[in-house]
Design a protein around this ligand. Structure first.
Ligand code: DGJ
Length: 714
């Protein structure tokens, strides 16, 4: 359906089940975003919203839907260009819009904007997921000038939010310290969250954030927007509290050292900025995003996942075929689905016996694996387990054959000394030959080993000395074209291997975003697997990513018993990275029982709704629950996170998401052999009771982690 602009003003409500974003043109046909919040009962009334605001704004365009710069808009722009003639002004005027219904749930709004002076246009896309209350927004930029136009800034979107004060919750971190939250009231001016690291872009700050309006939202109350950029490279999120006390959120590719030259008729499609809104707090907003991700974004989001044993922390680089054969047997003994061989299996002239050599040479190391991977895959099959493998295909050690053969494939300045991150450099994925090479690594592994069942795709270095021998005069394209190049490779991988599980890893959690998760089944949140730390890290990730995408491995980090470690790892996609032969018999019995419980509950954990009941930041005990779709099964994980005297759960924890009418049999599971539960046997309580009064899991220093299973009792 196409609509023109005959009327004075055009009002475009972008509605989802509970929310509405309203676009409206003014007398000059400038498109503004006049509203984002709860849907109104009478859609006609959206037209009235704009008129109700009498805020000081001389330029009249502080609420422009996609802020252009150098003409009448004077705030932080979404787009800045240099025309062919050197002129830097841009004015975007509404021309028309179309709404396409993709299916029952999904609609696509396209709004075409044009500069009245230059042949330059931008189409704003709003893809809405009605039931999930989620919107993906992006822009397509093109022109018909005589020669190249430079895009100095090319954000995906800007949102204009109204509220009586705004609170930003953002994250910072480092290796083994991912997802450290900070929440503060925004003051006037611009607050920026960004990355200029190139690859591994989230290492210090990820692009996920939340903004509460009117007051800081809690888990169940308050107005909140959750947003994230679907982009695996440099990003920039600007939050500008302007003179009218409105908040503008501008999200996109970071334009630092990244101007883009656009040829006539060439289209530049920005990555999508995904966001959702709830007026029922952060919990509701996060469940919307999780549901959307499972249904529409991640690979096989409605499907299954494999439990696994990884060898990184049990062997590091020190293994050979017979040791691995032993680990394959251990995989079976542990009772998980797959063995994942980590770093160190490749390189001959420069063997990968440490992290200083071999990256880039993806041939099996003949000393460690004289019979190749094929023999490991075969042995795994004979042992009744699957086999997966680690790669880091975007990277190269200077000590490698690849580096000597193709120095021009490596990102490095021609005239400056090389600077390494973990003794390695990044390959130039802007170069199609490098894309072929990276695709070839994956393709080769699957071609030679058709039953290979899993790949862990690592990425440990940032981009120093950004320079591409391939891009020649377009050096400023590198950061952007690198990511486009990566996505081209991943497209090819998925076209040929649509469902095989891939884990997105980046020296811990340096790279997780929905741009990449479109191609992956799961991600590695952090190398920090110390279970107490993990309660906090997983808690924060869970606002943005569904549990099934969070690869949680039980390792030997920390001093917690196997029960605590496993209980924590069960809150997502469970794996192990331990020396199985060192487990006591009781430990092993415990793990077997936990795996049985996991099998029984995984549908609720992976595909159900997650409720954060009690935060580890403010309580002695953290409590998180998962409820399956039919509300017949649930699991509540509780962990002691404070070891001061007497710390524990003194009062009941109110559960959420259950059916008040249903009766539930409550049972403590994952009990360590020989220990008894302090929860009453055969306890049956109604959903009403459990949600109104709650249940006390009796967490204390003698019961540091307690898992409760709830089953509908008929
Ligand atoms: C970093 C990852 O986060 C680890 O899990 C491991 O795969 C190492 N790289 C291997 O070098």
């Amino acid at each position: 359906m196409a609509m023109g602009s005959h009327a004075q003003t055009v009002t475009i409500p972008v509605e989802t089940q509970n929310n509405a974003l309203v676009l409206q043109t003014d007398g000059d046909k400038t498109l503004k975003m006049v509203y984002f919040g709860s849907k109104l009962g009478n859609a006609k009334e959206y037209e009235q919203i704009g008129k109700m605001y009498r805020q000081a704004d001389d330029s009249g365009v502080l609420t422009e839907a996609y802020m252009a710069s150098g003409s009448q808009s004077l705030a932080e722009p979404a787009i800045t260009v240099t025309h062919t003639d050197g002129n830097k002004s841009l004015n975007l005027i509404y021309v028309s819009h179309t709404v396409t219904k993709v299916d029952e749930d999904v609609s696509l709004l396209a709004v075409n904007l044009k500069d009245p002076v230059y042949p330059f246009e931008v189409t704003l896309y709003y893809k809405t997921y009605f039931k999930e209350d989620v919107t993906e927004q992006w822009s397509v930029i093109k022109h018909n000038e005589k020669g190249e136009v430079t895009l100095n800034k090319y954000a995906s979107a800007n949102l204009n939010l109204k509220g009586n004060g705004f609170w930003l919750k953002q994250y910072h971190g480092n290796w083994a310290l991912e997802m450290q939250p900070e929440e503060a009231k925004l003051t006037h001016g611009i607050k920026t969250i960004d990355s200029k690291l190139g690859t591994r872009a989230n290492l210090y700050e990820p692009s996920m954030f939340m903004v509460s309006m009117d007051k800081p939202a809690t888990e169940d109350e308050g107005k909140v927007v959750l947003g994230a950029l679907e982009w695996s490279g440099n990003f920039k999120i600007d939050l500008e509290l302007d003179v009218s006390n409105n908040l503008r959120v501008i999200a996109g590719i970071n334009n630092a050292a990244a101007e883009y030259h656009l040829k006539p008729a060439q289209e530049f499609t920005t990555p999508a900025f995904v966001y959702t809104y709830s007026d029922h707090g952060k919990g509701d907003a996060s469940r919307k995003l999780q549901r959307w991700a499972r249904k529409y974004k991640i690979v096989d989001g409605q499907g299954d996942r494999l439990t696994l044993l990884n060898n990184w922390e049990s062997t590091y680089f020190d293994f050979n075929e017979s040791k691995l054969f032993g680990l394959l047997k251990d995989t079976k003994k542990l009772g998980v689905d797959l063995f994942l061989l980590d770093d160190g299996w490749f390189g001959n002239k420069f063997p990968r016996n440490g992290d200083h050599a071999g990256l880039g040479d993806w041939q099996e190391n003949k000393l460690k694996l004289p019979n190749g991977i094929g023999s490991l895959v075969k042995e795994a099959t004979a042992d009744g387990v699957k086999f997966g493998i680690w790669i880091e295909p975007e990277m190269v050690n200077p000590k490698s054959e690849l580096y000597s053969k193709h120095p021009d494939w490596v990102i490095k300045q021609p005239n400056r000394p090389e600077k390494y991150f973990r003794n390695q450099l990044v390959l130039d994925l802007a170069n199609p030959k490098v894309q072929d090479f990276v695709f070839g690594i994956v393709d080769d592994l699957f071609t030679k080993n058709p039953t290979l069942a899993y790949i862990k795709w690592d990425c440990n270095a940032v981009i120093y000395n950004a320079y591409s021998a391939y891009l020649k005069k377009d050096q400023s394209h590198l950061y952007t074209d690198y990511v486009f190049g990566l996505y081209k490779v991943l497209e090819r991988v998925r076209a040929k291997y649509p469902k095989v599980p891939l884990m997105l890893c980046s020296g811990g959690g340096g790279r997780v975003d929905y741009g990449a998760l479109k191609y992956f089944t799961e991600f590695w949140p952090s190398d920090n697997t110390e279970p107490l730390e993990r309660v906090f890290i997983q808690w924060e990730y869970s606002y943005f990513y569904p549990a099934m995408t969070s690869s949680n491995h039980v390792t030997d980090w920390g001093k917690q018993p196997i029960k605590f470690r496993t209980d924590v790892a069960m809150m997502g996609k469970l794996g192990f990275d331990i020396v199985v032969s060192k487990l006591s018999e009781q430990d092993l019995d415990y793990v077997h029982d936990a795996l049985k419980n996991y099998e029984y509950l995984k549908d609720a954990i992976w595909h159900g709704d997650q409720y954060r009941l009690q935060s580890p930041w403010d309580n002695d005990a953290a409590s998180i629950m998962y409820v399956n779709d039919s509300k017949s099964k649930a699991v509540v994980f509780n962990y002691l996170v404070n070891n001061r005297y007497g710390a524990g759960t003194k009062v009941p924890i109110r559960l959420k998401g259950l059916d008040p009418q249903k009766k539930y049999l409550v049972k403590e599971i994952n009990l360590y052999p020989g220990s008894n539960s302090s929860i009453e046997n055969n306890l049956v309580l109604t959903g009403d009771f459990l949600m109104t009064v709650g249940i006390n899991p009796d967490v204390n220093s003698g019961r540091t982690s307690v898992v409760l299973q709830l089953e509908e009792s008929r």
